[in-house]
Design a protein around this ligand. Structure first.
Ligand code: C5P
Length: 431
C-alpha cells in the first residue's frame, strides 16, 4: 500500500461523513482553500462553503462550488437561502466551522461580537466548534490588536492553526502565511477525532518580525544526486531530483542569505540569485563544498553516491565474450561529516538529510551522532512514499533535544519552514 494512500485511508476513516462549513475570507491565501476543499473531500468530508464579499476578489464562487459540489453561500439577506436553509441552520448543522483564510478583520469581528455580513453572522450565531487559519501581512498579524483578538478567541475555545513563518506574497518575511492545506486537515482531524484537544496552541508563531532574517549570512546547500563514472558513457546514480535542495536554496535566498548551491546533475533551473556550482561526482562535490567555505549554515541535501568505481575506464568498456566485467567499488568521502567535524571554520549550523527506507527516526538519530551535525532531516524514501522525485515530503527533524514530526507538506513548504527554523536557531544563539 502506498504511503499516500495509507495517509488518505487513515484520513477517510476520520473525516468520513463529517460536515464542515468552510468560510473563506478575503486574502491572497484564498487560493489554498480550493485545495483544502479537495483534500477534505478526498477524506470523505462534506464541505459547504461560504465566502465574504472580499474573498470573491481572490477566488470565484464557481470554483468553490465546483470543487465542493455544493452551493456557495455569500449573502446574508438571500431570499432563496433563507427559504431553503437559513444561515442559522447553515452553521449549526456543521460538525466544525473552518475559517480559512481567517483575516484580521474576521477575527476582530468575532472577538467583538460584530455580525454585519454572512460570514460574521454565521460565526456568532452558533456554538459549533470553530477552527481559524489566520493569513495576513506580518505587520497586521503582529499588531497588538490582532494578537489580543486571537488570544481572546483562543481563550473562548476557538482553535487556531498557524500562521506559518516565511516569505510572504507582499515580499516581506515573517509570521502571517496561512498554514498549508494538509496541515489544516491535520488540525481538523485532531479536532474532530479528539474532543479533548480544544483549543490548539498557536503554532510556529515567532513574535519578532524580521524582513531578512539571514541577511549577511552565507548558506551552502548541496543538492541532487552524484554521477560516478564507470566509463565515459556509463555511470552509477540514484533517483534524487534535487527539488528539496533547490527549494531550500531559494528560501535561504528569500531570507536574505548569500547562497552557494552545489548541485549534482538535475533538470531544474537554479533559483535566480544563487551562486550555482555544477558538479558530477562525489569527489567534485566534496572539493566544491570545501572551496565554498566559510559559511554560517551548511545544508547537505544531496544524495551523494556512497561508492564510486575504483578505476573508471578511460575508454568505453566493450561487451566481450568473457561475460560482464567485474566492477570494483571504492568509498566516497562523507562530505557532511567532513564539514561537521572541521576543527577550524566549521559552519555554525551543519544540517544533514537522512533518506531512509526503514526505522526512519532511529536511523536518523544514529546519523546525527555519527556525522556530528546539528540536525538531521529524516524522510521515508520507500518507493511507495513517492518522496524521491515527488513534490511533497514528510520529514522528522532530529536534534539532540528530540524528534519533531512535520505533516506531509510540499517540498517548497518544508524548505520555507526549515529555513525559518534555521534562522531562529541562529537568532536564538545570538548569531
Ligand atoms: O550516510 P548517508 O548517505 O545516509 O547520509 C545522508 C546525509 O549525508 C545527507 O545529508 C547527505 O547529503 C550527506 N552525505 C554526504 N556525503 C556522502 C554521503 C552522504 O554529504 N558521501
Amino acid at each position: 500500500m502506498s504511503g499516500a494512500i495509507d495517509n488518505q485511508q487513515r484520513g477517510t476513516w476520520m473525516l468520513s461523513g463529517k460536515r464542515i462549513l468552510l468560510i473563506v475570507c478575503g486574502g491572497i491565501a484564498a487560493y489554498k482553500s480550493l485545495d483544502l476543499v479537495r483534500r477534505l473531500r478526498e477524506r470523505g468530508a462534506h464541505v459547504r462553503p461560504a465566502m465574504t464579499q472580499s474573498a470573491q476578489h481572490f477566488v470565484t464562487p464557481l470554483s468553490l462550488a465546483t470543487l465542493s459540489g455544493e452551493k456557495v453561500h455569500t449573502e446574508l439577506f438571500s431570499l432563496t437561502d433563507e427559504t431553503e436553509i437559513g444561515h442559522i441552520e447553515l452553521s449549526r448543522s456543521a460538525d466544525l466551522i473552518v475559517v480559512a483564510p481567517a483575516t484580521a478583520n474576521i477575527a476582530a469581528k468575532l472577538a467583538h461580537g460584530i455580525a454585519d455580513d454572512l460570514a460574521s453572522t454565521l460565526l456568532l450565531a452558533t456554538d459549533t466548534k470553530i477552527l481559524m487559519a489566520p493569513a495576513m501581512n506580518l505587520r497586521m498579524w503582529l499588531h497588538p490588536a490582532t494578537q489580543s483578538n486571537f488570544k481572546l478567541l483562543q481563550e473562548r475555545g476557538i482553535a487556531v492553526c498557524g500562521p506559518a513563518d516565511g516569505a510572504m506574497a507582499c515580499g516581506e518575511f515573517g509570521p502571517g502565511r496561512m498554514s498549508e492545506p494538509l496541515e489544516i486537515v491535520a488540525s481538523i482531524e485532531r479536532l474532530l477525532g479528539d474532543e479533548t484537544k480544544l483549543p490548539l496552541p498557536l503554532a510556529n508563531v515567532s513574535m519578532t518580525a524580521q524582513a531578512e532574517p539571514l541577511a549577511g549570512k552565507h548558506v551552502i546547500v548541496t543538492s541532487g544526486p552524484t554521477h560516478e563514472a564507470i566509463d565515459p558513457v556509463r555511470y552509477i546514480a540514484n533517483r534524487s531530483s534535487g527539488k528539496q535542495g533547490y527549494a531550500i536554496a531559494a528560501q535561504a535566498l528569500a531570507a536574505g542569505a548569500r547562497v552557494t548551491l552545489i548541485s549534482g546533475p538535475v533538470n531544474l533551473p537554479a533559483p535566480a540569485g544563487v551562486e550555482l556550482v555544477r558538479v558530477e561526482s562525489a569527489l567534485q562535490m566534496h572539493a566544491a563544498a570545501h572551496a565554498a567555505l566559510p559559511a554560517d549554515i551548511f545544508v547537505a541535501a544531496a544524495a551523494v553516491a556512497d561508492w564510486r568505481a575504483a578505476a573508471a575506464s578511460k575508454g568505453k568498456i566493450k561487451k566481450g565474450s568473457s561475460g560482464p566485467p567485474k566492477l570494483d567499488l571504492e568509498e566516497n568521502p562523507d562530505i557532511l561529516a567532513s564539514v561537521a567535524t572541521l576543527k577550524k571554520g566549521r559552519p555554525f549550523l551543519v544540517i544533514g538529510f537522512a533518506a531512509e527506507t526503514d526505522d526512519v527516526k532511529a536511523n536518523g538519530a544514529a546519523k546525527l551522532n555519527r556525522k556530528k551535525c546539528d540536525m538531521i532531516v529524516a524522510n521515508d524514501v520507500r518507493p511507495e512514499s513517492g518522496v524521491m522525485g515527488g513534490d511533497s515530503n514528510s520529514v522528522h527533524l532530529i536534534t539532540k533535544s528530540g524528534v519533531e514530526t512535520w505533516p506531509e507538506l510540499p517540498k517548497g513548504e518544508v524548505a520555507r519552514r526549515l529555513v525559518a527554523r534555521l534562522a531562529s536557531m541562529m537568532r536564538g544563539a545570538g548569531q
